[in-house]
Ligand binder design. Sequence first.
Ligand SMILES: Nc1ncnc2c1ncn2[C@@H]1O[C@H](COP(=O)(O)OP(=O)(O)OP(=O)(O)O)[C@@H](O)[C@H]1O
Length: 285
Amino acid sequence: MNLAETSMPSHEVSSEELDATPLIEVKDLHVEFDGHVILSGITRSIKRGQTVAVIGESGCGKTVFMKTLVALIKPTTGHVMFDGRDLNRQSPAQLAQIRRRFGFVFQHAALFDSMNIFDNVAFPIRQNEPQTDEDEVRRRVRQHLLEVGLPEEVAAKYPAEISGGMQKRVGLARALVLKPELVVYDEPTTGLDPIMSDVINELILNTRRTYPVTSVVVTHDMRTARKVADRVIMFFPRRMLDAGQSQILFDGPPSGLEHAEDRRVRQFVRGEAGDRIREMSRATA
Ligand SMILES: Nc1ncnc2c1ncn2[C@@H]1O[C@H](COP(=O)(O)OP(=O)(O)OP(=O)(O)O)[C@@H](O)[C@H]1O
């Protein structure tokens, strides 16, 4: 489970750098499993400091896309460059180094059940910076729990003893404790009530205010996409497209979604089925 862990930024990012070089470049990405094409012809770059929401209907490949960005899935063909380095061309040791610059927030928090909350949040520090003394570990864990609005008493509890919303916040604290350059969120608000969802949204925004983190948020929650993202990318299932049609139906600021040219985008964000039932039956026939 060390994939869930994070590390310090390898270097401070100047404001010029923030504007200039993309942190992530995806070039002609193609991913297939057992002959089923999930993603194809995807070329995109993500600037440093950008928060990108990835939306689209179930099964369109949002999570697969996000996982290729952090080298949890290897492209069938094509390239993913992180900070100018092709993830496909790294040795396992180099990849492990690069992964330390990522933070992962999983859909179900993915906490270690056998560790209390304190040890869960301390884990990335102990794992990646073993020289850190215990006072400093305590200080940073406390600070991060506080930042996600969790009282100190929570630290001694075990994951099973706290609510789902609290678990998500612990997951967030753990992902951020080493200030990663890139944070990927997989459905961060799924299963939460509207207030707790908004708490999570605010925490994502606050993190960006604190330092120039780059974030990719896979979500079905349009409130999350509108609130936290400065850019939204909408995918469409490859199997429902003809050859040559782009799988990305929308790429732009959230304010453009409502009036997007493509009717499928407008229907998706409004939650309208339209003629999708007929289309779906055709696609699975
Ligand atoms: N490791 C894998 N091996 C085989 N098939 C996979 C693998 N990972 C994903 N898939 C398939 O790829 C497709 C896209 O999956 P993905 O999880 O990216 O969808 P998604 O858009 O995130 O959907 P949801 O919103 O339901 O989570 C699905 O058909 C899924 O079954």
